[in-house]
Design a protein around this ligand. Sequence first.
Ligand SMILES: [Zn+2]
Length: 270
Amino acid sequence: MTSVAPVPSAPFGQWRGGQATERAFCVLEGNANPMTLDGTNTWVLMAPGGSEAIVVDPGEDDEPHLRAVLDHVACRDARVVRIVLTHGHLDHAGGVDRFVAMTGAPVSAVGRGADDLADGDVLRAAGVELRAVTTPGHTADSVSFVVEGDGALLTGDTVLGRGTSVVAHPDGELAAYLDSLDRLAALTQPPDGAVTILPGHGPVVPDAAAMVGYYRTHRRERLAQVREALAAGCVSADDVVERVYAEVDRAVWPAARLSVLAQLDYLRGA
Ligand SMILES: [Zn+2]
C-alpha cells in the first residue's frame, strides 16, 4: 500500500497539449495507452515571434503527428533548426528519422553516436536556450532540459505528468534513477528553481518541487515494499509484482516487473 499521496494532476482526457510556458508548446500525439498516458508530448520550443524552433521528442513514426508538428511551426513562419530526444524509446524517438527527412534538422541526444549530448550542453535557437541535464535511470540515455527563462524543466519519462515512471531494467538502473531525482530536486528547489515540469507524457506539472518530492518518496516506499515482500518469502520478480503492485492496473504489470527487477538488482548491490 502506497502511503504518500500523489500530487494532484489533470485527469485522463483533460490534457490536450497546447501552450504551457512562454516558449513551450505541446503537440500531443494520438497514441494514448496505459504506458503513454494521454499520448506522447512533442514539445516545440520557440520564442514568441521567433523564426526558429527546437522540437523535443517527435514521437512515434506517425506521419499525421509529425505533419501536425511541422504545421504548427510553419504556421508561425518558423522552421525547425534542431531535433532533441529525451531518450531512445520508440514512443519518443521512433519518428526521428522521418522527421529529420522532413526538416533537415540535426538530432541531439545522449548516446546516438553523433551529435551526442553531454551534461551541461546548451542548445540554442532564436530566443531559446535549452540546458541539458543528464538524468539516467528510466533508461541509460535519459536526459532532461532546463528551458532558460521559462522556469521550466523538460523531463521526458524521468518524471511524468501523472502517476510514476518505470525503471526500465536492465538498461534503466535504480541507483542512477535515484541520483537523477536528486538532481531534479536541486533544480526545482525554491525560490530560484524551475517551477514547471514539461513531462514526456501527461499534463504539465505546475508545482515541480512537489512532484519531484513525490517521486523520491514513492521510490523509497516501493523499495521498502519490495524488501518486505522478499522478507515475506517472495522469490521471483513475478511474486513481488503480484504482492507490491496488487492495486495497480494489470496492463502496466509488465512495466512494473522491469521496475521490480531494477529494485532487486539495487538491493543486491548489482
Ligand atoms: Zn520511455
